[in-house]
Write a protein of this length. Structure first.
Length: 282
């Protein structure tokens, strides 16, 4: 960049000198010419000397640019690592072998040949079903054994006395005597009377029945024990409906029924138990 600026400056100076020289030659021809006011001043123009011509030539000659060849910088020498001295291996002392510290384990005792029998599981206990109360059946009273016949004379006297008593007392007393004799019921008749009585007991419970709200529907089988007088002796659930609310409602209905109707004539047992289904509709 600096060389370029110097070249431009020298070229400009050379051109300026040439222009000045050319202007002088045009204005003043060879010889003298007057100058100044009235031609009093006289200026002489002569050819330039060889020294001036050489100077002008030097000005016009472009300066020589010395090109410096960039020499490649020598690569820095790489340092070489110093060789490490080889150390002679020292002999290792032989260490004495360590004694084994593992203690000898005693041999396990041989198990006896007798096989250990596992205890037998206990036999499963059989669950016995709960006894279901059944309706007490009225057994007919035993028939009185016939009395041995008295002798003929005694029988005649007894019959005569009976006839006199019947004649003296009239027909009314005779009818009462016949009705006081114990009468027995057949099994079918007793079952029929029990069924009629149980139906009346169930009807009274149904009238007191109140279904719980949201309890749904179901059937509860109750075991109701009643005395011949109609008094309630006990009540229990024989078969649940699956709903605690319905079971409780059935028990409440029995307790609200109070006293039931008396047993029909001929049912003389101390206690009768009925199995009564109580139905609830949702």
């Amino acid at each position: 960049m600096r060389l370029l600026i110097n070249s431009i400056v020298f070229v400009a100076m050379a051109l300026t000198a040439h222009l000045a020289f050319a202007a002088l030659r045009r204005v003043a021809p060879a010889g003298a010419s007057s100058a100044g006011d009235g031609g009093e001043a006289v200026m002489s123009v002569e050819a330039s000397s060889a020294a001036i011509a050489a100077m002008v030539e030097d000005w016009e000659r472009p300066p020589e640019v010395a090109t410096e060849l960039a020499q490649a910088a020598p690569e820095p020498p790489q340092p070489t690592a110093p060789e490490r001295p080889t150390l002679a291996e020292l002999p290792r002392p032989e260490l004495p072998s360590r004694p084994e510290l593992t203690p000898a384990m005693p041999a396990a005792p041989t198990p006896p040949d007798q096989a250990i029998k596992a205890p037998e599981p206990p036999a499963p206990q059989k669950l016995e079903p709960e006894p279901v109360p059944e309706v007490a059946k009225t057994e007919p009273k035993p028939k009185p054994q016939p009395k041995p016949k008295p002798p003929a004379a005694a029988q005649d006297s007894i019959s005569s006395r009976a006839q006199r008593a019947a004649g003296a007392g009239g027909g009314t007393h005779a009818g009462e005597a016949r009705s006081s004799a114990p009468s027995t019921l057949s099994k079918s008749r007793a079952r029929s009377l029990q069924a009629q009585w149980g139906a009346s007991i169930r009807a009274r419970i149904e009238r007191r029945k109140r279904a719980p709200r949201g309890g749904g529907g179901g059937t509860v089988v109750l075991a109701v024990s009643v005395a011949p007088s109609g008094q309630l002796l006990g009540v229990s659930i024989r078969k649940s409906s699956g709903s605690g609310a319905l079971d409780q409602a059935a028990l409440t209905a029995v307790q609200a029924a109070g006293r039931f109707a008396a047993a029909p004539k001929g049912l003389t047992e101390a206690r009768y138990t009925f199995s009564l289904p109580i139905r609830f509709t949702g």
